[in-house]
Design a protein around this ligand. Structure first.
Ligand code: 2AM
Length: 319
């Protein structure tokens, strides 16, 4: 049997979809997952009829790969990435490549890149953007790390990435943790974009007293201008959307937003590097305020707002 072009560890939806995307582009992928039963169910269902092969151990996976071996991980950020790297090290040879396509912090990627370089293994930390659909049909990929790895992964990465006017949405972004740094800033920019949309909505609703369908029309018009973008497009759709009782759904949704941390990390990096990125800082603070508001209740008799419970400083440090 022909050796596989690349291994992919982590068969949650993002991982599965990247495997199927690589398969569509003619690459033979060897799939592995910590919970090994997922390998069999993936091969019997989603990957049925494809060229995808499976492995039931890391040893078996490594034995099925062409050299230099290319091993990509899409597992939970943090300890799981270090655990897999530690298990892979004794199985790989100098010149082999480990790619982390998860949502790792860029400092972790810098550390992993240096540690693996000392052992002759080439590390790549890659941002993967576009969600589940992107992973399946064309993500934006932001690889960085050991530059010696790039020629070996470029053909795979550039063919599975989204293509815009014939150009792949993927290029080498720099050394060490640069891939995950770019992904972090990319997410931070999205925070800023969403903050601008929210402020525009606030002014339209509370200052201009516009009706919901009027606001939707404004966003639709903006989407035909230089503001043409996914977020402006879905804002118009969200504004128009009606609930089963035929009333608009949006005013019924709680006015709070959580966060996973990439906006906050972008703002922290901006402070550390002395680069003013005030919009993203504002966006993070607005989300914090919105979730603090969630903790407050309006007293029905007086209509006055008071905190339901005083929170301790450590409880406030939630993000
Ligand atoms: P699982 O199917 O065995 O849970 C997304 O959660 C992916 O990361 C899944 O493939 C999951 O494997 C994997 N994952 C999560 N935590 C992990 C850990 N501590 N060690 C190894 N894999 C992990």
């Amino acid at each position: 049997m022909a050796q596989a072009d690349i291994a992919l560890i982590g068969l949650a939806v993002m991982g599965q979809n990247l495997v199927l995307n690589m398969n569509d582009h003619g690459f033979v992928v060897c799939a592995f997952n910590r919970t090994v039963s997922k390998v069999d169910s993936f091969l019997a269902n989603e990957a049925k009829g494809t060229q995808v092969v499976g492995a039931h151990s890391l040893q078996e996976m490594v034995s099925k790969l062409k050299k230099p071996r290319r091993v990509m991980m899409l597992v939970k950020a943090g300890q799981a990435v270090d655990d897999f790297i530690n298990q892979l090290i004794p199985l790989l040879e100098p010149g082999d490549i480990i790619i982390d396509g998860g949502n790792s912090e860029y400092r972790d990627s810098t550390r992993r890149c240096k540690d693996l370089k000392a052992r002759g293994i080439l590390f790549v930390g890659s941002g993967v953007s576009g969600g589940e659909d992107g992973a399946r049909y064309g993500p934006s990929l932001m690889p960085g790390g050991d530059p010696a790895a790039w020629p070996h992964i470029k053909p795979i990465f550039q063919s599975i990435a989204a293509q815009v006017e014939g150009e792949p949405c993927c290029d080498w972004v720099g050394e060490e943790g640069a891939g995950h740094f770019v992904k972090m800033v990319h997410n931070g920019i999205e925070y800023g974009d969403m903050q601008l949309i929210c402020e525009a909505y606030h002014l339209m609703k509370d200052v201009l007293c516009m009706e919901q369908d009027e606001m939707a029309k404004a966003f639709e018009d903006w989407n035909k201008t230089e503001l043409d973008s996914f977020l402006i497009e879905i804002t118009a759709d969200i504004l128009k959307f009606r609930d089963t009782d035929s009333k608009h759904l949006l005013p019924k949704i709680r006015d709070t937003a959580g966060q996973k941390g990439t906006g906050k990390w972008t703002a922290i990096s901006a402070l550390e590097f002395g680069i003013p990125v005030t919009l993203i800082g504002e966006a993070v603070f607005a989300r914090c305020l919105s979730s603090l508001k969630e903790e407050r209740i309006v007293h029905p008799s007086t209509n006055s707002c008071h905190s339901s419970r005083r929170r301790t400083p450590s409880e406030l440090r939630t993000h």
